[in-house]
Ligand binder design. Sequence first.
Ligand code: FES
Length: 142
Amino acid sequence: MADPAACSTRAVPAPERLCEPAALQDSGRAFVFDVLERGRPARAFVLRWRGAVVAYLNRCAHVPAEMDWQEGQFLDAERRFIVCSIHGASYEPADGRCAGGPCGRGRLVALTVREEADGVYWYPSDTIQPVTFDAPAAGTPA
Ligand code: FES
């Protein structure tokens, strides 16, 4: 009989606390943070939309570019859609689907976030992980 403990070899990173719940106003400015997507630096954002928190990679489905026109500003003037500042692609804030413009059938890459009483937490995945800073080993020249 196989040992079930032998099946799991990958450590699941702990949830990352991103910000205070009150820092995210409904349809307001997003909190932007750094991640590693498949080991490469990327940015992501968490936004409060109709009371819930949603998070996506800050990467347009049209061209892989960051979308905010100022840091954390993703919504259009009516505060209805996430809009890319480069060519105007619009996305549904609730699920990241393209709602118009050059994103076609594309959609934003979603991250799992949850709101708790003490903070908004991001749950890393196999492909989107926290940025880690390796401390230099003792005796290593700076
Ligand atoms: S890069 Fe976002 S619409 Fe073109």
